[in-house]
Design a binder for this molecule. Structure first.
Ligand code: ZN
Length: 99
């Protein structure tokens, strides 16, 4: 959980022990907005849309839908989660990774 910084420490980012959210696609870098800057840099340098560099948007691996893992239907056994064979867990499409 991000907390407001005292006026004298405006350049400080405070991170507390609270939950950063329940969305399973959130990471610390997306929550803090760091990935927005990284996507903007990749977009500017490649001329591609920024969404291509997001695994929650058009840059998602088409097999695992940007999750990095797949959960095959195992109705006869306990739920199973395995690393995506297409993206190797990177969560990105081949096109996004090509840049
Ligand atoms: Zn994948």
């Amino acid at each position: 959980m991000l907390e407001a910084c005292p006026e004298s420490y405006v350049e400080t980012i405070m991170v507390g022990p609270g939950s950063i959210g329940t969305f399973n696609r959130s990471t610390l870098t997306t929550y803090m907005g760091i990935m927005d800057y990284i996507r903007a840099i990749f977009s500017k340098e490649t001329g591609q849309p920024a969404g291509l560099f997001s695994f929650n948007s058009s840059g998602a691996c088409p097999v695992c839908k940007g999750k990095g893992v797949t959960t095959p239907d195992t109705s006869f056994a306990d739920p199973l989660t395995i690393l995506c064979e297409s993206c190797g867990g990177t969560r990105y499409s081949d096109e996004a990774l090509s840049y």
